[in-house]
Design a protein around this ligand. Sequence first.
Ligand SMILES: Nc1ncnc2c1ncn2[C@@H]1O[C@H](COP(=O)(O)OP(=O)(O)OP(=O)(O)O)[C@@H](O)[C@H]1O
Ligand SMILES: Nc1ncnc2c1ncn2[C@@H]1O[C@H](COP(=O)(O)OP(=O)(O)OP(=O)(O)O)[C@@H](O)[C@H]1O
Ligand SMILES: [Mg+2]
Ligand SMILES: [Mg+2]
Lengths: 256, 256
Amino acid sequence: MGKVIAIANQKGGVGKTTTAVNLAASLAAAEQGTLLVDLDPQANATSGLGADSSALGQSVYQVLLDQKPMSGIVVDTALDFLTLAPSHVDLVGAEIELVSALSRETLLARAMEDVKDRYRFIIVDCPPSLGLLTLNALTAADTLLIPLQCEYYAMEGLERLLNTVKLVRGALNPKLEIEGILLTMFDSRNNLSHQVAAEARSHFASKVFKTVIPRNVRLSEAPSHGKPGILYDIQSVGTQSYLQLAREILNGANLG
Amino acid sequence: MGKVIAIANQKGGVGKTTTAVNLAASLAAAEQGTLLVDLDPQANATSGLGADSSALGQSVYQVLLDQKPMSGIVVDTALDFLTLAPSHVDLVGAEIELVSALSRETLLARAMEDVKDRYRFIIVDCPPSLGLLTLNALTAADTLLIPLQCEYYAMEGLERLLNTVKLVRGALNPKLEIEGILLTMFDSRNNLSHQVAAEARSHFASKVFKTVIPRNVRLSEAPSHGKPGILYDIQSVGTQSYLQLAREILNGANLG
Ligand SMILES: Nc1ncnc2c1ncn2[C@@H]1O[C@H](COP(=O)(O)OP(=O)(O)OP(=O)(O)O)[C@@H](O)[C@H]1O
Ligand SMILES: Nc1ncnc2c1ncn2[C@@H]1O[C@H](COP(=O)(O)OP(=O)(O)OP(=O)(O)O)[C@@H](O)[C@H]1O
Ligand SMILES: [Mg+2]
Ligand SMILES: [Mg+2]
């Protein structure tokens, strides 16, 4: 059975998509069958893997709103062991369109049953909010990976996210655990980065991954070529840090 | 009558809050009576000005959901000519709580009538989505200022935002204009920054502000002290670029 890892944080621009795309690609490079589900109407993970969301006929929109099987909308990527469930801008209407649907928070969890045993990992990229789409991801997930940008505003939102996790665990998904907190865009020349990292490690101790993702311009260039780091510039420090993260997760030894 | 400028972009982490806080503070420094309305449940603009959203009794939540007058919830800040309408995490429920309210997109516009003639400028910070809160801001606004981070994913979302502006102009707010597109976190050593800036200027020509906000660590440190740039480090390049932006807007000459 595939392990479902949701990548979520309501704070915007903290590296959710960059983490989802590069972790999924790194797991695929380790020959672990991986599905990347793009649950953000911005469809950044979709274009980050070179797919054109407006050109594809179907997306996770049909899965959530028309109960189409997930296996019917997935597409191949440039990596052998990586498959994509693309997003589409229509998803932006899902929150309102599903307001009276029965058990609207479990739509994704039910849709995953169709594909869960075909992949070793299923990575879900979330939009920057704690609305219905992110709730669906937290309900379907085995674990939550929280990208934490090493900046002040990013620390502020963490408590609210962890409260939401407790609510979801109580009402919708008792098995939900924290996979880990990932420090992103770490700039070793910048005091603020060190302060946020120290604060995160003192509050959350072993829940913080040993792997730290540095600020690295090659990571932000790769999406404009529709490629994950390992296909754009495998030597770059950014790409190597995501390969290291994949190893840490595969070893499962990271968290006490 | 005060000019209402909404600061919006559904892409996360592009500098909406940093722009709202520092532009409002720079206008206040020019002795223009300014109100900053924090419409984001993350309440980053509230804490960026040193206020504690959970300690304040009231927020824009009461204005939108209980029709409380805006003048009844505003608080003073450390700057003479700057007043804040604080946010609160309760706002996160507004989208669902208001789904059957009459004319739910015009709640903010109606609430602004109460304060519009007391301020020269009203700046509205928005969450990273095009949901009901941002629609309220676009409906209440005279103009929209779009922070555009000089990165690939940020360019992708621009077309959708401009489509939403056309829809709002057609259905809710015929006077809505674009104040301008502001290039943020520009890093002159980085090719990507130059590429995005060149593309934005070729697509949107005179709609792009002459002022460009550089990536500047002092801007990201200031919120941890609850201060805008002009009170944290007035000499910094970041602070000076927002003072320049305020001058450009006050001159009104920026956009052809
Ligand atoms: N380690 C890094 N070094 C440099 N740039 C990065 C890094 N991680 C992400 N970026 C860039 O920072 C921006 C924000 O990252 P990303 O889009 O992945 O965040 P997000 O949390 O998914 O945003 P949103 O909240 O809009 O979904 C992007 O332009 C991305 O290319
Ligand atoms: N010019 C800049 N230079 C350096 N850091 C910046 C700059 N502008 C913003 N930042 C930092 O980048 C991060 C994102 O900025 P900010 O929170 O203002 O974006 P936002 O668009 O309001 O995010 P959200 O989508 O979550 O509301 C913050 O940590 C902020 O301090
Ligand atoms: Mg994203
Ligand atoms: Mg913000």
